[in-house]
Ligand binder design. Sequence first.
Ligand SMILES: Nc1ncnc2c1ncn2[C@@H]1O[C@H](COP(=O)(O)OP(=O)(O)OP(=O)(O)O)[C@@H](O)[C@H]1O
Length: 274
Amino acid sequence: MNVRPDPAQLGAPDDGIAKGDLLLDVKNVSLSFGGVKAITDISFDVRKGEIRAIIGPNGAGKTSMLNVINGFYTPQRGSIVFRGEERRAMKPHHAVRQGIARTFQNVALFKGMSTLDNIMAGRSVKMKRGLGWQMLWHGPALAEEIEHREKVEEIIDFLEIQHIRKTPVGKLPYGLQKRVELGRALAMEPSLLLLDEPMAGMNLEEKEDMSRFIIDVNQQRGTTIALIEHDMGVVMDLSDRVVVLDYGKKIADGAPDAVKTNQQVIDAYLGVAH
Ligand SMILES: Nc1ncnc2c1ncn2[C@@H]1O[C@H](COP(=O)(O)OP(=O)(O)OP(=O)(O)O)[C@@H](O)[C@H]1O
């Protein structure tokens, strides 16, 4: 029988922000690619401890928004305030160091490497000592590696993937690959976890498993989550608040029940002409 670890041992991120306070503030962001306006003057926030969904029809600007938040794209206008620090441009590796981790629409793992090594790779951003240290000072580097390894093993237990820890991820079914990718993001101990369509391509059982893990990550590890998802049932069940984009503009923002019955949102999904 697998014993799930005590949540108190899971190293929930301590970013000095109280639950319910502002973690991320997206302010008047606009982003174009040549003549294509992907995002137009969008503002919304993410509060510490919540699950926030970003939804909208195809091409609405959801992935572009995630790419602005994690520093992959620099918007032409507007700014992002994360943990009180305002920025327009930031390289993705800085975003990771600031506490933003993400998963991708199409799984982005090292397919030939094992589950364990993939998650360990995610952990590398937390490692202070590089290769030079390991050659010169084997002792401290080894001690650090053992500590990181323990964190990674905790994540493996938490996500119930002990049985595939040595399996090359390219050989795993898609649903499990998505779970490993979640594990790699968790290894970074993010304050804000961005999930780009975590259920895409999954069957019902895999979706139920992933939903449960997302809730556990949020509730047990205290991780704030912003996710893009097309499955409306999942979105409405999981999220505390939902922001809706359409043609690059924000058309609604609020609790799932309010968003569900918003006429503009219904029209957008039905493809009613503007
Ligand atoms: N790198 C890019 N170069 C040019 N245009 C882009 C680029 N990325 C996105 N776009 C365009 O910006 C708009 C928003 O795209 P985006 O992928 O953000 O939408 P989305 O809501 O995530 O869509 P989907 O649900 O289909 O993934 C679309 O018109 C898209 O074609």
